[in-house]
Design a protein around this ligand. Structure first.
Ligand SMILES: Cc1cc2nc3c(=O)[nH]c(=O)nc-3n(C[C@H](O)[C@H](O)[C@H](O)COP(=O)(O)OP(=O)(O)OC[C@H]3O[C@@H](n4cnc5c(N)ncnc54)[C@H](O)[C@@H]3O)c2cc1C
Length: 117
């Protein structure tokens, strides 16, 4: 049998579901995914507990965006909302931040044009 050194990266909605500092726990989780792998080392970082980040990117549940996205994007008078977390695409990534920022900039320009007309 050939052996392959590989790294696996995982994300989830609930950090309490698995002790990512425990190789045996990670091994057990990989086995549930039917992955034949021997875990030799694990590394993790709790970004939510890190005071310099305080969060990670959003991990929305199914249906969250279709239910709430339009309301979260909606302007309230002259107050506009923007940010990766409320982007249409690649929500939670830098591309989403750019998309959402461009939309807000266009909306702000329209509001200013209206104000100045
Ligand atoms: C640990 C980590 C790793 C990531 N890795 C990747 C990656 O590899 N690739 C990728 O594409 N994305 C990654 N992301 C996601 C990406 O960094 C974010 O989606 C993106 O930075 C969000 O940009 P944003 O402008 O929407 O929000 P932010 O970058 O969070 O900007 C919001 C700004 O508003 C400021 N602010 C907040 N409240 C107020 C207030 N009341 N008054 C004034 N200012 C305020 C904040 O200080 C902040 O500067 C990662 C995120 C984290 C946390």
């Amino acid at each position: 049998m050939d052996f392959l050194d590989a790294g696996a990266v995982g994300f989830g909605t609930d950090a309490s579901k698995i002790d990512v500092e425990n190789p045996a726990a990670v091994q057990a989780r990989l086995a549930r995914l039917a992955l034949e792998a021997e875990v030799v080392a694990v590394a993790s970082h709790n970004w939510v507990d890190d005071p310099l980040s305080g969060e990670t990117w959003p991990m929305h549940r199914t249906g969250f965006l279709s239910t709430y996205l339009a309301a979260m994007q909606a302007a309230h008078g002259q107050v506009l909302f923007t940010g990766s977390d409320i982007a249409n695409g690649l929500c939670g990534f830098i591309d989403g931040a750019i998309e959402s920022g461009m939309r807000a900039a266009r909306d702000a320009a329209s509001l200013l044009a209206l104000h100045n007309s």
